[in-house]
Write a protein that binds this ligand. Sequence first.
Ligand code: ATP
Ligand code: MG
Length: 231
Amino acid sequence: MDGMEMMQDPVLRCEEINHVLGEGENQVHVLKDVSLALKPGNIYSIMGPSGCGKSSLLYLLGLLDRPTGGRIWIEDLEVTGLSDADYSHLRNLKIGFVFQFHFLLREFSALENIKVPMRRAGLLNDREMSERAAHLLDLVGLGDKLERLPGQLSGGEQQRVAIARSLANEPSVVLADEPTGNLDTANSNRVFDMMRGLAHDTGLTLLIVTHNAQIAQASDHALEMRDGRLV
Ligand SMILES: Nc1ncnc2c1ncn2[C@@H]1O[C@H](COP(=O)(O)OP(=O)(O)OP(=O)(O)O)[C@@H](O)[C@H]1O
Ligand SMILES: [Mg+2]
């Protein structure tokens, strides 16, 4: 990393990440010497063929898993040696995650789904959580569907609930794994425009894995991954 990047205080940074999954004959060297620094308010996209390691990288940067080797910083805090409890605490407060498959709780309304990470953080009372969740759903254009169950929403609407949920605790960075993967072009562009608006309005940093070249082009930094390496 050069001096210029250091001065811009990345919100999330990794150095020389290596990751090996599986045992014995099935071992795969999934990530190879990956270094990356995400600057505040910027949108990054990652494209690359299926199986090249995109989701694995997001999981590590999102503190959902630990790398076999290398170092990770959230703002200026190195997380490498932290306990599991500190790791999850930091994840919940600083990072929003939009999964490749959205994982909404089926028996909870849109509003209640968004309150789940807030409840875990324990900073707001129930009324405050409901107000904030309603505000976030309004932001993603679902202000009139707060009480719907996921099964009563379209695929694109469910993705938008997942995006609203990723913003629940005002994270510094949102990591999104193909957030528009199951959407048609029009909805995919709409969801991306909305995310870009949020990034530019609130200084949120976005890292988006996508197979959509238009989205990659519209991001501030288009990264490419091949066989476990950023190229
Ligand atoms: N538990 C595991 N054990 C061994 N190999 C694994 C395991 N999980 C994933 N892999 C392998 O790691 C590699 C990277 O997987 P990853 O999910 O990061 O790919 P991806 O780039 O997100 O692909 P896609 O675009 O299909 O989502 C793949 O080759 C996959 O088969
Ligand atoms: Mg993936």
